[in-house]
Design a protein around this ligand. Structure first.
Ligand code: PLP
Length: 391
């Protein structure tokens, strides 16, 4: 079955009693035991809940893995994965990285005597150079948040296999519709399901999929022990989101490409980071390992004063954190998603005060371009620019 069909079938026909087409929301914390020593398979919802099972099975099918586990957020999912690391272990991870992942490593994981090396995984030689005796895992975001660096998954996974490392891929930006890292040999895939999988900016959730059962059950054990579960209502919303994922991703991408091409030609813009542009260094790599380029892009502006101007004046595009929903959102990574990364580190990786990130929605692309065009024209006429020039 093709993924478009699998997506639509997510969670279908789970209720034999009524024939309900969608998985019902089992708003239950506990389940009656038929007899002493017997169970329906469900005892207590921290351990398992039928709506959650439906979502977990769906995401395992879509990512081509053995076990899916649904968490209360992307960070809860990433935290459970980091519990696989023990005292003395070493982790190699992408340098340009979601700020929350960086925070949990710096403030929590490192306290447990786990060593962390941030590497530009785009250059796979750097991964190789940093593998040590105690290296246990390689964690990759591709494309990265927010600079859209692309890592060659074939090469990175080959290095990990050679050194017996677990490969973990944060697939949030791509979704299983566009990229399936487990098929390429990764061990674990993680999602902030709050993004494209939910798709409507109305749910927070996280998903982990494991290629092998044993590792997946370990993650599930941690989840049950900690209790970082996704509630049945949220599971239902994610199942619903999955059904339209293919259509949404196609439209996100169509709009993102149009906007990226248009932005590249604007005199107020310094650089555009979108892997669907032939000028992007990761263009050929992403074409090799994914079905598309996605709906995320970032761009740097030539004048810092344009940043607040855009954030305050854009009308169709909304100034808000997060990504992957139907509405186009603009984010200022240095002050929002990546604020926990020290300024010198941010500047070194390129998350400067001139960088903006765009999560391109599914509106009409021309309306989005028009919004930018009008704001750029206003800016050029405004006092703000005058002040910037005379400073
Ligand atoms: N991974 C990536 C790439 C993200 O962008 C985010 C959030 O923005 C997360 C993980 C964390 O997910 P959540 O916000 O659902 O905890």
């Amino acid at each position: 079955m093709r993924i478009e069909t699998e997506l639509v079938r997510s969670g279908m026909k789970r209720d034999a009693a009524t024939g309900s087409l969608t998985t019902p929301i089992y708003q239950a914390s506990t389940f009656e035991h038929p007899r002493l020593g017997e169970s329906t398979g469900y005892d207590y919802s921290r351990t398992a809940n039928p709506t959650r099972t439906s979502l977990e099975e769906a995401i395992a099918v879509l990512e081509k893995g053995e076990v899916g586990v649904a968490f209360s957020s992307g960070m809860a999912a990433i935290s459970a994965i980091f519990l696989l690391l023990e005292k003395g272990d070493h982790l190699i991870i992408s340098k340009d990285l979601y700020g929350g992942t960086y925070r949990i490593l710096e403030d929590i994981v490192k306290k447990n005597d786990v060593e962390v090396t941030y590497v530009n995984t785009e250059n796979t030689e750097e991964i190789k150079r940093n593998v040590k005796e105690n290296t246990r895992a390689l964690f990759i975001e591709t494309p990265t948040n927010p600079l859209m660096h692309v890592t060659d998954l074939h090469e990175a996974i080959a290095i990990a296999k050679e050194h017996d490392l677990l490969t973990i891929v944060d697939n949030t930006f791509m979704s299983p519709y566009l990229q399936q890292p487990l098929v390429l040999g990764a061990d674990l895939v993680v999602h902030s399901a709050s993004k494209y999988i939910g798709g409507h900016n109305d749910v927070i959730g996280g998903l982990v999929v494991s290629r092998c059962r044993e590792l997946g059950e370990k993650i599930r054990f941690y989840q049950n022990a900690i209790g970082a579960i996704l509630g049945p209502q949220e599971c239902f919303l994610l199942l619903r989101g999955l059904k339209t994922l293919a259509l949404r991703m196609d439209r996100h991408e169509e709009n993102a490409l149009k906007i990226a091409q248009w932005l590249e030609e604007q005199d107020l813009i310094d650089k555009v980071f979108y892997p669907g542009l032939e000028s992007h260094p990761g263009y050929n790599v992403i074409k090799k390992q994914a079905k598309g380029f996605g709906g995320m892009l970032s761009f740097s502006v030539k004048e810092e004063a344009l940043v607040p101007f855009l954030l305050e004046h854009l009308q169709v595009v909304t100034f808000a954190e997060s990504l992957g929903g139907v509405e186009t959102l603009i984010t200022f990574p240095a002050r929002q998603t990546h604020a926990d990364i020290p300024e010198d580190v941010r500047n070194e990786i390129g998350v400067t005060n001139c960088l903006l990130r765009l999560s391109v929605g599914i509106e009409h692309g021309e309306d989005l371009i028009q919004d930018f065009k009008e704001r750029f024209d206003e800016y050029k006429r405004s006092e703000v620019q005058h002040k910037a020039y005379t400073r």
